[in-house]
Design a protein around this ligand. Structure first.
Ligand code: SF4
Length: 279
């Protein structure tokens, strides 16, 4: 008898809204696919992310597999001379997200499987980077793009499923590490208020890095010590309120958009999104 075709379906959950909605969408619309959901865990994620993963597992009726890097952040930090990762030197994503995924799927590819990886790029987004593989048997699929699912549809999917948005969306726009350098200044201020221990840990990493000559601080052009000065916090909050007010005025002027949520991208301009960490 001929071998059954070896096929594996995988879907990476980042802790963000888009990948969670894609998992829900695939379960509801393509129940015939046996998908392995996975989460690459840096060990430095927000507690809200773990809570959301548990809720999602309940909805999916199966576990979200945890893939841990074989070495933790502290190990890789030492390997990089204690220099903090940054948008210019993003070793963290490679070592703690992409490599563990590659190592996880490698045995299947070596064994002749075709692996379909479902990625949550929406129809209102461009697909620029993403996971690219040299292996022709690892195939990236973009169901949201193919099926015309945009940002509002993603929010609707999560609302209708009963999961709602991840809890951290009330104070921060992205999943990923507590100390992610893609955070805006206002999000650092809110991290300090919401998870003071995580903020202190980020400060300690930064102090150590600066003492070792790191060219990068977590946040652009200032250390967290400077950012947490009361007058600086007041300035960052005032700037946020000003931007929010301006966005609200624009909403009034455009009734078509009046019910749409105002997000950080709208206030501060689009920042880079990492598919592995933030989708
Ligand atoms: S969430 Fe941010 S800090 Fe963490 S691995 Fe991704 S890019 Fe790096």
């Amino acid at each position: 008898m001929a071998d059954e075709k070896k096929v594996k379906h995988v879907l990476g959950i980042s802790g963000g809204k888009d990948s969670a909605a894609l998992a829900v969408y695939m379960r509801d619309n393509y129940p015939e696919l046996d998908i392995d959901y996975f989460f690459t865990d840096t060990g430095k994620e927000l507690p809200e992310v773990y809570e959301y993963l548990s809720k999602l597992e309940g909805y999916l009726g199966k576990p979200v597999l945890r893939i841990n890097p074989n070495r933790d952040f502290d190990f890789w930090l030492m390997q990089h001379n204690n220099y903090l990762p940054s948008a210019q030197a993003r070793w963290c994503t490679i070592k703690m997200k992409l490599k563990p995924f590659e190592e996880w799927v490698k045995p299947y590819l070596d064994d002749g499987y075709t692996v379909y990886s479902y990625v949550a790029i929406r129809s209102d987004e461009e697909y620029r980077e993403g996971y690219k593989s040299n292996n022709e048997n690892l195939i990236v699929k973009l169901p949201f793009k193919d099926d015309g699912i945009d940002k509002q549809s993603v929010i609707n999917i999560l609302e209708h499923s009963g999961l709602g948005m991840p809890a951290y969306y009330s104070w921060r726009s992205r999943s990923g590490c507590t100390f992610c350098f893609f955070q805006r200044k206002i999000e650092w201020v809110r991290l300090r208020e919401t998870h003071p221990d995580a903020f202190e840990e980020a400060k300690a990493y930064e102090k150590n890095a600066v003492e070792h000559g790191s060219p990068f601080t977590w946040s652009e052009r200032e250390s967290l010590n400077e950012l947490e000065k009361p007058e600086r916090i007041a300035q960052i909050k005032a700037d946020y309120e000003k931007r929010l007010e301006r966005a609200k005025q624009k909403r009034i002027a455009n009734p078509l958009k009046k019910d749409e949520e105002i997000d950080m991208d709208e206030l501060y301009g689009k920042s880079k999104v990492c598919l592995a960490c933030h989708k």
